[in-house]
Write a protein that binds this ligand. Structure first.
Ligand code: HEM
Length: 147
């Protein structure tokens, strides 16, 4: 189980209070689909993903980005038990969706970039360190159902 200091928890929850799950979810998922274009193969029903304008304006990307960031927000509510909290989602990504777990890391990187661009100077190195730790815990929890 991951141990969190009070400062780390405060950094995560105070950042999250500034997140707009629809806008920022769409931005993070759009970055994933643009920077790592082979991830588009999981979203073959989403229609036009040919360039960043098409991707970020695609209503299915917007809807799915919101779904994913809502799940991240729920995980923040369960930081002390993130592995158990995400067990079912991990199993579905492994056994039904067949998502390569490397992609969780890539999505985490994209999310950190979006948070940094939103927060500017408030995204201090300490805040970033807390997020890197949280993303690692999230990725480990989502990858757990593969083993
Ligand atoms: C579906 C969360 C990363 C591919 C979902 C759903 C959630 C979710 C909540 C909806 C499940 C449901 O409705 O039962 C997350 C979280 C992630 C993550 C929290 C990382 C932080 C990824 C990545 C990929 C991916 C990196 C692929 C590159 C999919 C696909 C679906 C899905 C293909 C089904 C989409 C559909 O057909 O509607 N995910 N996901 N996920 N996820 Fe993820």
């Amino acid at each position: 189980m991951v141990h969190w200091t009070a400062e780390e928890k405060a950094a995560i929850t105070s950042t999250w209070a500034k997140v707009n799950v629809e806008r920022d979810g769409c931005d993070a998922l759009s970055r994933l689909l643009c920077v790592y274009p082979w991830t588009q193969r999981y979203f073959s029903t989403f229609g036009n993903l040919s360039n960043i304008t098409a991707i970020s304006g695609n209503p299915k990307v917007k809807g799915h980005g919101k779904k994913v960031l809502t799940a991240v927000g729920d995980a923040i509510q369960h930081m002390d038990d993130v592995k158990r909290h995400l067990a079912a989602l991990s199993k579905s990504h492994a056994q039904e969706l067949h998502v390569d777990p490397e992609n969780f890391k890539r999505f985490g990187e994209c999310l950190v970039v979006v948070l940094a661009s939103r927060l500017g100077a408030a995204f201090t190195p300490q805040v970033q360190a807390s997020w890197e730790k949280f993303i690692n815990a999230l990725v480990a929890a989502l990858s757990h159902g593969y083993f």
